[in-house]
Design a binder for this molecule. Sequence first.
Ligand code: NAD
Ligand code: UDP
Ligand code: UDP
Length: 387
Amino acid sequence: PAYGRWDPLDCGGGDRGEDSAGAEEEDDEDPGDGGAGFVGSHLVDQLIGRGHSVIVVDNFFTGRKENLAQHFGNPRFELIRHDVVEPLLLEVDQIYHLACPASPVHYKFNPLRPSYPFNLHEDSSSSSAFLREGVFFLGFSPAASFLTSTPATAAVAAHKTNVVGTLNMLGLAKRVGARFLLTSTSEVYGDPLQHPQVETYWGNVNPIGVRSCYDEGKRTAETLTMDYHRAAALEVRIARIFNTYGPRMCIDDGRVVSNFVAQALRKEPLTVYGDGKQTRSFQYVSDLVQGLIKLMEGEHVGPFNLGNPGEFTMLELAQVVQETIDPNAKIEFRRNTEDDPHKRKPDIAKAKELLGWEPTVTLRRGLPLMVSDFRRRIFGDHAGDGT
Ligand code: NAD
Ligand code: UDP
Ligand code: UDP
């Protein structure tokens, strides 16, 4: 019922695969697009391109059917509208479970965005995917409750997605004997006391804070995943994804890269929260997708950090955005959000060694690809494609 509320400018609706910088074509088809969400859509492109059969399950609350349009009519592609908080019966071989609201704007009250939750249609969430002979892909987010929710109920919906949704997907994987991949997050490290973060670090997470529905939810999802692995001998994989950016991100979902890029393009000041000295490590989406596929196809459970070790303060990020889009873009400082992690940078030695994976796209190379996409979506198809 909420489908008609999404504004094509806000989410998805981007290009059609030309953005997969660094992506390899392995099998007989081109990478397409995919799974209505941000990461999910790029993943589906690759999976279809590799010859898999893909079933996307998505409720379209944050993703867009349009992101999948290039696969319509392909006999190896199927799309089901479904909320994964509800049980689901399907026969598949692999499940990529990406479900959960991924931007803080989706799961907590942001005092800087007082119009929340009425602009939640701008968000993204996550997707879950299932593979059969290839792939069954499931997109997934906090669902309808967002549309009428208060911040508190949005957080509960987010947590439900992480916990009940993951449980359902694990139950499905167990019933059909599918391999299950959880897209966890660097947020499981909380405000880390170790730097860079290694997979053996247990984290520093506030269990009762505004971010807890996300980071504790993901920690529970990891626990459930390992419990099913141990108790039901389920084949599982866990990826801890660090901040990822690229084409098809929701334009106004509140994440820092999408905010800065949209602000610079619209000639608005870049909003730096706090003193801007907090750090993040930004990974281009095609690198992540390669890592997810290598993890799924490999022999190791994980968890594996999947991220780009290049570390930037938010002020440095703002500077790269200025250099890329508009050197005259102004910076405006705003109050930071609660429990904001001070620094974050992945140690990817384990992924390098066991998966043979490492990112190849630097921020300065990846950002222009995203800018082209945002420019098109904000200003229209004929808005010029330069960066
Ligand atoms: P996304 O928000 O772009 O994808 C959301 C997709 O899930 C949309 O298609 C949406 O319609 C669909 N969906 C939402 N609720 C649903 C529901 N209840 N049932 C069915 N479908 C639903 O998310 P993303 O940024 O692509 O993140 C994907 C995964 O990666 C998430 O699990 C996220 O936690 C994880 N992750 C992402 C990042 C990042 O920087 N993007 C970082 C760490 C972890
Ligand atoms: N489940 C599902 N699809 C399936 C199998 C299970 O959605 O094909 C759900 C099921 O509804 C349950 C959850 O997955 O809520 C866990 O299933 P499991 O069989 O592990 O637990 P049980 O149902 O025995 O409690
Ligand atoms: N941030 C910022 N300006 C914005 C949005 C976010 O300075 O417009 C900061 C935010 O406070 C955090 C960092 O950027 O320190 C990353 O925020 P994001 O929501 O993108 O990701 P996460 O906090 O989940 O890593």
